[in-house]
Design a protein around this ligand. Structure first.
Ligand SMILES: *Cc1c(COP(=O)(O)O)cnc(C)c1O
Length: 470
């Protein structure tokens, strides 16, 4: 949908005063967002302009209450609606860093990692929290459509579950496994269920034309191969059909398809016990977005899986889900300082901020929509809509089109909402901008969780060959 089709957004005050759902993914703002006596936006009991004063801008501000609430709702909803065992794992690609992993681990969620780097980050977090390797391994699931041999060896050394994506990986693992026959490799098989869902083409992964997973025609061959190899302990099946999904039906259909294949796998003698339904529940970025609550989604998925298993007289498997966006998306906001304004008479007014596509590449990558207010003038009435421009050398580096804001001056603080998922994790140093700092806020306390990069960080990995110095 084009941004110009959106109705105008309300003033900061009205925006924060909108009715709030207990389910974090249904709100535009973090659960703890308020406007304080100075007319400033406050998150986690911290005054946003004061945070920017102290930590600089751009600044990611992560609300611990919202993140914990989302984790707890997933965890508890599965306990309430699914009569078998369940485990929710955090798709850590949404935002992987030590502090986020620690909060997620404290909430008893596991981890989906998709690279050696995410595995390392998760292990370092759990290690610092005093977990041993076996405890950590039991909570980690390693994804990816092209895991390197080194990554596979790292995963084997840890003993985490590997979600096998393709034949090459299966064959490589069979060879690596043969060298250590005493310890069968725990795996899940990633399948491509051929389910379409109405979301952006780039984030649709479950349909058949996808780079991920084994497609249905290969099932028998894959099951036969895995059943013959004693190196594998095939624990279950996995599928992930896409992201930012607002309907419940695709995941319900998926439950049925996976139960079918589960039955088939059991028939091949595989010791299947896990059914992993992936992630993908959407969040509210603008007033137009209307996702189901976490509880509604879990209930729908659980009931579909129970029904699918009853139909086939299957014992209930351990049901897993791996949300990313809906756990952390609306928990974070990004605060920027306003710079210059450019008025193109009769066309539009650009308002520039001190970040952009380097800290939030989603608008330029997916044409994603966002909402924002002026954190230091949260009660002021809105004036003319502005186009919020980043500072990068790309015309497409626009964060928000047609955003109604109060009259803004240089130094004012724009706060963009719902920047928790795929913002920091996709951030770059384009134009050699140092990546922003991040703080975790709760009960009036703000703790630095990512230091702002310095100029020297920017050249830390640069090498200057000797012969260029003459
Ligand atoms: C991206 C991804 C997720 C998380 O998706 P969200 O839309 O952020 O919930 C889960 N599983 C896999 C395999 C993914 O690629």
């Amino acid at each position: 949908m084009l941004s110009t089709e959106l109705p105008p957004s309300p003033s900061g005050q009205a925006f924060i005063d909108q009715p709030r759902s207990p389910s974090p993914n249904q709100n535009l703002v973090p659960l703890s967002a308020e406007i304080n006596a100075q007319g400033h936006l406050e998150i986690g009991g911290c005054d946003v302009p004061a945070l920017v004063e102290k930590f600089g801008s751009p600044l990611y501000i992560l609300d611990e209450t919202t993140l914990r609430a989302a984790c707890g709702q997933y965890r508890d909803a599965f306990k309430a609606y699914y009569p078998g065992p369940s485990q929710v794992i955090y798709a850590s690609k949404a935002w992987s860093c030590l502090a986020v992993c620690a909060v997620v681990a404290q909430e008893d969620l596991g981890f989906d990692v998709v690279s050696g780097g995410e595995l390392y980050t998760t292990l370092r977090t759990l290690g610092q929290m005093g977990w041993n390797t076996a405890e950590a391994a039991s909570k980690i699931y390693f994804h990816g459509n092209n895991k390197s041999r080194q990554e596979l060896e790292e995963a084997l050394a840890v003993g985490c579950v590997i979600i096998v994506d393709n034949w090459l990986e299966l064959e490589t693992l069979a060879r690596l496994g043969a060298e250590r026959p005493e310890a069968p490799i725990p795996i899940l098989l990633r399948l491509t269920p051929g389910i379409e869902c109405h979301t952006h083409d780039y984030i649709r992964t479950g349909h058949l034309d996808s780079k991920f997973g084994f497609d249905p025609q290969q099932l028998d061959a894959v099951f036969t191969f895995v059943a013959q190899q004693s190196q594998f302990h095939c624990l279950g099946l996995h599928a992930h059909i896409g992201s930012q999904i607002f309907e419940r039906q695709p995941h319900q259909d998926l439950g049925d398809v996976l139960a079918d294949w589960f039955e088939k796998g059991l028939g091949h003698g595989l010791p299947l016990e896990i059914l992993n339904i992936g992630g993908g529940l959407g969040i509210r970025y603008t007033e137009q977005d209307d996702p189901p609550s976490i509880e509604e989604w879990v209930k729908a998925v659980s009931e579909a899986v129970v029904k699918a298993c009853e139909k086939r007289r299957l014992a209930l498997p351990k049901l897993m889900a791996e949300p990313g966006r809906s756990l952390i998306g609306t928990a974070c906001v990004t605060a920027y300082r306003v710079g210059g304004k450019k008025v193109v008479p009769g066309i539009r007014t650009y308002l520039a901020v001190d970040g952009g596509m380097s800290d939030n590449p989603r608008p330029i990558t997916y044409q994603s929509l966002y909402r924002a207010i002026l954190a230091n003038k949260a009660t002021a009435p809105t004036a003319e809509p502005v186009t919020l421009a980043g500072k990068h050398c790309e015309s497409g580096d626009i964060l928000i089109h047609d955003l109604p804001l109060p009259a803004a001056e240089p130094g004012d603080i724009v706060t963009v909402f719902a920047t928790g998922a795929y913002n920091y994790s996709m951030a770059s140093n384009y134009n050699r901008l140092p990546r922003p700092a991040a703080v975790l806020v709760k009960d009036g306390e703000a703790n630095l969780i990512l230091k702002r990069e310095s100029y020297s960080d920017l050249i830390r990995q640069d090498c200057l060959p000797h012969r260029l110095l003459k």
